[in-house]
Design a protein around this ligand. Sequence first.
Ligand code: AMP
Length: 213
Amino acid sequence: MGPPGSGKGTQAVRIASRYAVPHISTGDALRAAVKAGTLIGREVKAIMDAGGLVGDSVITALVRERLAEPAAANGCILDGFPRTAAQAATLDTMIDRARLVVLHLAAADEEIVRRLSTRRVCDACAITQSVSHGADPERGACPYCGGNLVRRPDDHPDTVRRRLQTYAEVAAPLLAFYADRPAFATFDGLQALDRVTADLCAHIDRWAQPSGA
Ligand code: AMP
């Protein structure tokens, strides 16, 4: 967990690959639903574009489904979930709470606004990357596949500020929910990417229980 732009998604992909477990990102799943125009996608689009939070019941149903898949039997990386204390309480009913390792990435608001103003996503290969300051948010070619580099609608600076406000409102009770668990730890999301990954993995190696333990 951590504010938008703290590096959660990037680190989650790295860690999932390192431990060979699925990466379950609620934000990615919702964006895919919006893109595909499903019923849920049509319901959540306006909320996401405005930087608000999608209802707990929609999110927990989505996560419950993914956790039940055989691929997640040996563990998974949850990215962007839980985001509220209510979601955290529901997660405790879905899995053995003693097996949960909670990683919190912290980052200052000004640095986040700066980072997200240069974040782009390729509309073909979906790789997230950073462009130079002042780059046109609607133009640019993906260096990997030549697709269009676009700014996520919710990365518009006004929406980022709204997302940070939303995060600030729900983060305190969520952090309090996990604060006294030994497998909970906070990391500085603004360190170099490899340093953050190394710190997160050291914590996981210390606390994650192998399946069947
Ligand atoms: P993310 O990619 O994690 O920043 O999520 C993008 C957007 O999806 C958020 O701004 C929310 O609108 C929505 N979202 C993702 N995960 C959740 C969640 N656990 N609870 C509520 N809304 C969520």
